[in-house]
Design a protein around this ligand. Sequence first.
Ligand code: SF4
Length: 413
Amino acid sequence: MEVTANLLTPRRTTRQIHVGSVAVGGDAPISVQSMTTTKTGDVDGTLEQIYALAAAGADIVRCTCNDMAAAEGLAQIVPRSPVPIIADIHFHVEMALAALEAGVNGLRLNPGNLRKPAEIKLVASEAKDRGVSIRIGVNAGSLHPDIYERFGGATPEALVESARLELAYFEEVGFDDVKISVKASSVATMIASYRLAAETFDHPLHLGVTEAGPPPGGLVKGTAGIATLLAEGIGDTIRYSLTADPVEEARAGRQLLESLGLRERKSLDLIACPSCGRAEVDVIAVAKAAQAALGDRNLPIQVAVMGCVVNGPGEARHADLGIAAGKKRGHLFIRGQIVRVVPEDEMVEALVYEAERLVAEGIEARLAARDLGAEAEAEADRAALLDEKGLDANQSAQKILKIRQRAEGDSAH
Ligand code: SF4
């Protein structure tokens, strides 16, 4: 795997807490969270979604605990879940206590709508007795009205103050098994709030842009906020909030951490050229077919789909595996070296076959097993294409000449 994490700002030092078996903060890997969208009282439906989220990369899953059916559901879900479960609590202290009774591994409390100090302290001391951690989940959209008024809005200072006040209640009962989030739907407010939180607390921070919306806009906003902070060394656990199947949240979280080199690659990284005048196939269609065929196989490799054999294998020589199109054939390459030439309609099939063997046997073994005539065959295709299309397949030189001629014509008038 390409290691890039050491090129980022070193991670901020935080205390470490646990959500069940998952450590958060300190030197623990940055974890991925997501939230179920089922009724928590629907035990089988919720467990099915939790399993799908765990398979997509979620380390911790949150479920709402909004009524007694949900609390009772949690009592059955927690022991059967493959990952630790956090109960999401709004407004009702009795739901927090019921969730603790159900055996959840963590609570999320929103200080904006669970406001009575005595109730907050009661939940904190019950959590302390059971060794359960709590996230203080401040949200710009549901900030405590007094704080909103005092700061003149949901400013970064207001969000951090809300977390600080909640923490002070917890400390009164000797509880500090806490992580903190200060989410906003404005990316700029979110970034500024977390920067301030990082200066104020040494507790682990849970990053997220709230109500980011459906993809692709929601993914862009989530990534803009979360990645900016991670690159600054801020953040110990993350969640994308998408208006979509939560599996997409888990997948995005995992992919973001892998792409920053902050988690070991477990999933496929499919890259593809943007296509151009040289492309010998519909690159978008082949890339989509490759993603569909390889996406769910949990192959921890980088695979390239390139539109032409003239530049493809060279441009993607860093990829573990790739295919480039040319003259109705596909050139399959491993780390830039051609290993096989296949008919165009077998490109995706050949990619899947080779990807599985590559993961099972390793790069050296698959290079040793290459078709020895492939390189010469590929070279002949490349030469034929160069003959046909020349070095400037996009006709850029001709276009530049025309631009200059037009400019000269204009200046002469
Ligand atoms: S030159 Fe070939 S590999 Fe590069 S963008 Fe064009 S088609 Fe893709």
